[in-house]
Design a protein around this ligand. Structure first.
Ligand SMILES: NC(=O)C1=CN([C@@H]2O[C@H](COP(=O)(O)OP(=O)(O)OC[C@H]3O[C@@H](n4cnc5c(N)ncnc54)[C@H](O)[C@@H]3O)[C@@H](O)[C@H]2O)C=CC1
Ligand SMILES: O=C(O)[C@@H]1CCC=N1
Length: 312
């Protein structure tokens, strides 16, 4: 099951609201990848070929997003992946080319995306080095590998982009952080923006904020998943079925996000409005404060950022 975003206009509000709805993988999301299933050739596809080095989870999520949003056509995507079984899966599922040696495709590519684990980056850049040229954009999503390191391996005259990708690509919501070296120009920036737009929102950041971005925004869904889990358990504890409890929590979470985004109000204002004197909410809030909820979250964010700093 994946989630698709649909925009609706609601009567009392001039802005569009994004409503996340569920769709079965086999019924829609996947179909649009495959031209035989009637993919429409819009006018926004990239004219350049994309090569992914590494065809793991992140590469697959990005490919899904790009194909679903029609940023590229399947015939313009090649994956260079070590594992033959993975190549077979990716090419069958998405109609793209996935091979263990993609040297020719790399030579032709406008954009090469490094999507291997950080320790696997040096062997990949060694392969790329003789195959890319000063026009190729090399975009790396490898956590904790700075642009300087990539420049050392590929040449400081190469166009290099570093991205910490959104972890909620499936929902098309969540920020990706981007920075690029001095070889990239405005045209490269608009191409990268166009590509990353398909995954969610984009934030251009100085590279020295990347570890903080990883520990705060990229890890972000983790705290929300844990909150859904804990609240669902609480719902079960007080007698609701697990399904009902989960549904209630998820709708509350979606609704809360919509209210905050649409009104721009501080969450404390909304809490003030909910807490009637001597009522139920203020009682719940008192006990939550005793559990040091805010402090636990802040410490957890800091721990993630510390870890990111220690890896780099
Ligand atoms: N998983 C996540 O939520 C996030 C991951 N990242 C970064 O994305 C990168 C990829 O992560 P995942 O997709 O989760 O890893 P993964 O382990 O699922 O995928 C890596 C793939 O690269 C292949 N590979 C290894 N060496 C290769 C080589 N020399 N040539 C071609 N293919 C090779 C492996 O066989 C594997 O399929 C990592 O650097 C990670 O730091 C960044 C943000 C979030
Ligand atoms: O845990 C990690 O290393 C990365 C950062 C956010 C998601 N995965």
């Amino acid at each position: 099951m994946v989630r698709l975003c649909t925009t609706f206009l609601i009567p009392w509000c001039s802005k569009k609201i994004v409503v996340i709805q569920q769709a079965h993988l086999d019924n829609g999301y996947n179909k649009s990848y495959n031209e035989e299933n009637g993919i429409k050739r819009g006018g926004r596809e990239m004219s350049k070929d994309i090569v992914f080095c590494g065809g793991g989870n992140m590469a697959e999520n990005i490919i899904k997003g790009l194909l679903y949003k029609k940023v590229v056509l399947p015939e313009n995507v090649t994956v260079n992946e070590l594992l033959p079984a993975r190549c077979e899966y990716l090419s069958k599922t998405y109609g793209i080319t996935a091979v263990t040696n993609a040297d020719d495709a790399i030579k032709r590519a406008g954009l090469v995306i490094i999507a291997v684990n950080p320790l696997q980056v040096p062997p990949v850049t060694k392969v790329l080095n003789p195959l890319i040229n000063e026009k190729t954009i090399v975009l790396s999503i490898a956590a904790g590998i700075p642009i300087k390191t990539l420049e050392n391996q590929l040449g400081s005259d190469r166009k290099i982009v570093r991205v910490v990708p959104n972890t909620l690509i499936q929902a098309g919501s969540g920020y990706s952080a981007v920075c690029m070296n001095g070889c990239c120009d405005d045209q490269d920036k608009s191409l990268i923006t166009h590509v990353l737009d398909a995954l969610g929102q984009i934030m251009y950041l100085k590279e020295d904020l990347f570890n903080s971005f990883s520990g705060f925004s990229n890890v972000g869904p983790l705290w929300l998943y844990k909150m859904v889990e804990a609240l669902t358990d609480a719902g079960v504890y007080v007698g609701f079925s697990r399904t009902d409890a989960r549904n209630m929590v998820i709708k509350n979470m979606l609704g809360t996000a919509v209210v905050l985004e649409e009104t721009g109000e501080h969450p404390a204002v909304k809490v003030d409005q909910m807490t009637s004197p001597g009522g139920v909410s203020i009682e719940a809030l008192k006990v939550l404060q005793q559990g040091n909820f805010s402090s636990a979250l802040m410490n957890s964010v800091i721990a993630g950022i510390d870890k990111a700093n220690s890896i780099e």
